[in-house]
Design a protein around this ligand. Structure first.
Ligand code: BES
Ligand code: ZN
Length: 884
């Protein structure tokens, strides 16, 4: 592939727009066959950027019907309609450009722009969907005040929504209604939204800190009206929290949320009209798992928080995406931590980061938090931009401390309110408010790859001193061979026999403020550094990277005994969990080698005892215990194996053998915990109940891995459950460890009982997609023919095909290549239906370098895709970059 691909967009080429659009008036006539969109753009030449009179508007899949300049029909010689543009020449400095375009939302399967979901019309404009509605400067640095009128059939579409305030409703002839919405806040086109449908809503209100009353409404199909309360409560909690923790008040009198079934992402923060995937807003004990309830709370918060971090202050260009997404993920993570258990939330986030973001950062699509180029921006809504971006903000928080960080955030919002800005502007505000120099820290924004920290220690018995030598390196990533050192905050402590030791760094005055100085943050900013601690009574065990203070791979040669000590005795919950994980990794790896050599699995008794001790520890939060007892995922183990070394079968066998060994060794304790933790009360998504159910599920998993008694318990749990969390946990266990006779009946029963609930069916599909048995691929193909499956619905595709490719390594990586073939065929078909989903689904194939003996087969499927006619830019970019 040529390097300067014609479709590549570069950050270095950024230019301010040469016209501004001060006001945007849109008029929609929604019809069953076609929709007419009339735009009136109040244009003003941007004199800051030269004085070109040429204007290039973006437009895709549009039919231009009429065009006027200042009220007169525009002469065809003055404009040119291209494949994706409308070019206008010799425009005056100030003018009114009006276009009528015809679009066909009912045929729009890309779910970008204006489209239909079930019986409603809805929009999705981020990142570049607005250009599928009308010709526009579809870029985030063009901010405009929008006024929108909508004409639609009053019976079919009694609810007509857009951004801002509803100013007028009037009946028209022919059974149509017209509404007028006005949004006083200037916004980029990606935040525009429109919804039309026959919807019900629930309503509540929120009084802001300055005493304004905001009407809160959640719109859904009538059948789902009972599933909105949890989202409403979450919204009110988010609004209060953002006032208290970030000083951010809501700014309009209305806040609307709409749920739609067909949606590419989870949810979207359109100004005052958030649109949600039904899976991310509806909650009901029979359709939503505990994890689902928590996810809804987090996503409602996330989209709400964007009202400031994203909407009031937006991105100059899409290279700055992490400015709003990384910061907002940090904000929603802090919110979730405050609502529940901070440590458990941290463990969940780190698990995702390490098992998926690290792999992305080590693969062919690796890019910095602020990318420098892209072909298709939709491919850059990545774990790196989101999760690593949030880690970068978290490190700034660590470096500045909570007060200076808050001052930086206040300064950022005050200084840039109403502007479209860059990651650099964010960092500058943080620097100015705190006085902390973040010069070298900026490497986190510009350099891709996961840094590796190698730590060695030296104990000097006579001097009572202990030295930690820390060196950092970062592997090459596409286009970046040599990396400059990062600034890496390493939060740490030292563990002695009787607990945490006092920390005194050589050459530094003792800290007079703290008596009990057992925690500190080391600043690692050079390729290699040594930190010497003095006055120690014994050789300590270092507790490193507490709270996962930086997104790095840490290497320290812990003995299994060290890990056990940290696991039971460290002050930091994250380190306790992480030590349990490291211990499990080392035990599983050992078993994998034994099995490979044809020996029997011998699980280190130390590990079995440690698990037993954890199960007896009544002081530990059950949610935390569940995390500590959860073995690392197959995906994480594959990632740790490294390029060319992941043996999925070996990993699966070893992991299953360790599960079974713990299950038999700890059987009594597991059964006891399982029985004790049974929730007698009616289902509620409270922290306490959720913790109990999650630990029970972990116990059940071990017991079932060890044999029949666990399967019997699972059967009983399935029959007795009053909620989908326990039903699915039982089904999962039966279908992972049982034989056909164990899972067949409950699987059918689940569908019989809940087949009318789309969201429940999706999870039923996912359970079947992740089964390890030999029938898995035939089953997935068969389910693709099921009447409830629909390739045009992203939730279905993700549940069935996404789960298969991402969560069923054993079958996806089958030796005969049938798993790869299945994915390639689905991607090929989706390429023309929904390129965004096709491209996201493809990710597991791009990891071909990891899997032992599979590279050729995986590559050849990618090559087949590459040679396809009509390849979308989305799929083209991923395929061509992964084949390089
Ligand atoms: N702005 C995004 C939604 C989006 C992403 C729209 C890409 C179009 C293209 C939204 O704020 C978001 O980030 N949603 C996440 C959930 C969130 C909790 C991380 C999502 O949809 O997955
Ligand atoms: Zn977001």
């Amino acid at each position: 592939m040529r390097d300067a691909n014609p479709g590549t967009i570069y950050l270095k080429d950024y230019q301010a727009p040469n016209y501004l659009i001060n006001r945007t008036e849109l008029h929609f006539v929604l019809g069953e066959e076609e929709t007419l969109v009339t735009s009136r753009l109040h244009l003003l030449r941007n004199t800051e950027n030269g004085d070109s009179s040429e204007l290039i508007l973006d437009g895709q899949d549009l039919e231009l019907v009429e065009i006027y300049l200042d009220g007169d029909v525009l002469d065809p010689s003055c404009y040119e309609v291209g494949e994706a543009t409308l070019v206008l020449r010799d425009l005056p400095e100030q003018c009114l450009l009006s276009c009528v375009t015809r679009i066909r939302p009912q045929l729009n399967t890309s779910l970008e722009g204006l489209y239909r979901s079930q019986t409603m019309f809805c929009t999705q404009c981020e990142a570049e969907g607005f250009r599928k509605i009308t010709y526009y400067l579809d870029r985030p640095d063009v901010m405009s005040v929008f006024t929108v009128t909508i004409d639609a059939d009053a019976d079919r579409y009694p609810v007509l929504l857009s951004n801002g305030n509803l100013e007028e409703t009037s009946p028209l002839a022919n059974g149509l209604t017209r509404v007028l919405w006005h949004d006083p806040f200037p916004k980029p086109s990606y935040l525009f939204a429109l919804v039309a449908g026959d919807l019900e809503h629930i309503e509540d209100s929120f009084t802001t800190c300055s005493g304004r009353e905001v009407a809160l409404r959640i719109y859904v199909e009538e059948k789902d009206i009972d599933k909105c309360d949890h989202a409403m409560d979450s919204l009110k909690r988010s609004m209060r929290w953002d006032e208290e923790v970030f000083g951010r008040e809501y700014d309009l009198d209305i806040f609307n949320v709409v749920a739609v079934d067909d949606f590419n992402m989870g949810a979207m923060e359109n100004k005052s009209l958030n649109i949600f995937n039904t899976s991310c807003v509806l909650c009901d004990p029979n359709t939503t798992t505990d994890v689902g309830y928590q996810r809804v709370e987090a996503i409602v918060a996330h989209e709400y928080f964007h009202n400031w971090s994203g909407n009031r202050v937006t991105c100059r260009d899409w290279f700055q995406l992490s400015l709003k997404e990384g910061f907002t993920v940090f904000r929603d993570a802090e919110f979730s931590s405050d609502m529940g258990s901070r440590t458990v939330k941290r463990v969940e986030d780190v698990t995702l980061l390490r098992s998926a973001q690290f792999a992305e950062d080590a693969g062919p699509m690796a890019h910095p938090v602020r990318p420098e180029s892209y072909i298709e921006i939709n491919n850059f809504y990545t774990l790196t931009v989101y999760e690593k971006g949030a880690e970068v903000v978290r490190m700034i928080h660590t470096l500045l401390g909570p007060q200076a960080f808050r001052a930086g955030s206040d300064l950022y919002f005050a200084r840039h309110d109403g502007q479209a800005v860059t990651c650099e502007d964010f960092v500058l505000a943080m620097e100015e408010a705190s006085g902390v120099d973040l010069g070298q820290f900026r490497n986190w924004y510009s350099q891709a790859g996961t840094p590796r920290l190698t730590v060695t220690d030296a104990w000097n018995e006579e001097a009572g001193s202990y030295a930690l030598t820390i060196s950092q390196s970062c592997p090459a990533t596409p286009g970046q061979d040599d990396k400059k050192p990062f600034v890496i905050p390493v939060a740490m402590g030292l563990l002695g026999d009787a607990g945490n030791l006092r920390l005194q760094l050589q050459g530094e005055a003792p800290d007079p403020d703290t008596e009990d100085n057992t925690h500190m943050v080391l600043m690692v900013d050079k390729p290699e550094q040594t930190f010497v601690f003095e006055g120690l009574p014994e050789k300590p065990v270092p507790s490193l990277l507490r709270g996962f203070s930086a997104p790095v791979r840490l290497e320290f040669d812990y003995s299994r005994n060290d890990l056990c000590r940290l696991m039971s005795g460290d002050d930091d919950g994250f380190v306790r969990w992480d030590s349990a994980q490291s211990l499990a990794v080392s035990v599983i790896t050992e078993v994998q080698a034994q099995l490979l050599a044809g020996d029997e699995a011998q699980v280190d008794p130390l590990f079995l005892e440690a698990c037993g001790a954890l199960l007896q520890d009544d002081a530990l939060d059950p949610a935390m215990l569940a995390e500590m007892l959860s073995l690392p995922s197959e995906n994480y183990l594959a990632e740790l194996a490294g390029e060319g070394a992941a043996d999925v079968q070996g990993i699966y066998r070893a992991r299953t053998a360790v599960l079974a060994a713990v299950g038999s060794h700890c059987r009594e304790a597991l059964e006891q915990r399982y029985a004790q933790l049974a929730v007698e009360a009616n289902y509620a998504a409270t922290g306490e109940q959720i913790a109990a159910r999650s630990l029970r599920a972990v116990c059940l998993n071990y017991l079932a891995a060890a044999g029949a008694s666990g399967l019997a318990l699972a059967n009983a749990q399935f029959a007795a459950a009053d909620n989908i969390t326990e039903r699915l946990a039982a089904l999962r266990v039966l279908s992972q460890f049982g034989s056909r006779s164990d899972w067949e009946a409950p699987m059918a029963k689940f569908y019989e009982d809940w087949g009318h609930e789309t969201l429940a069916v999706n999870q039923w599909l996912a359970v079947q997609a992740s089964m390890p048995d030999d029938g898995a691929i035939a089953r997935v193909r068969h389910l693709m023919e099921h009447p409830d499956f629909d390739l045009r619905n992203p939730n279905k595709v993700r549940s069935l095909v996404g789960t298969f490719a991402g969560q069923n390594p054993l079958n996806f990586h089958r030796e005969d290549g049938s798993g790869y073939r299945l994915l390639r065929q689905v991607v090929a078909e989706l390429n023309s239906i929904n390129p965004q989903i096709a491209s996201r689904l493809l990710a597991p194939l791009t990891k071909w370098r990891y899997y032992q003996g599979r590279a050729e087969q995986m590559r050849s499927e990618l090559e087949l895709l590459a040679s396809m006619d009509g390849l979308s830019p989305d799929v083209f970019e991923v395929v061509s970059k992964s084949l390089k």
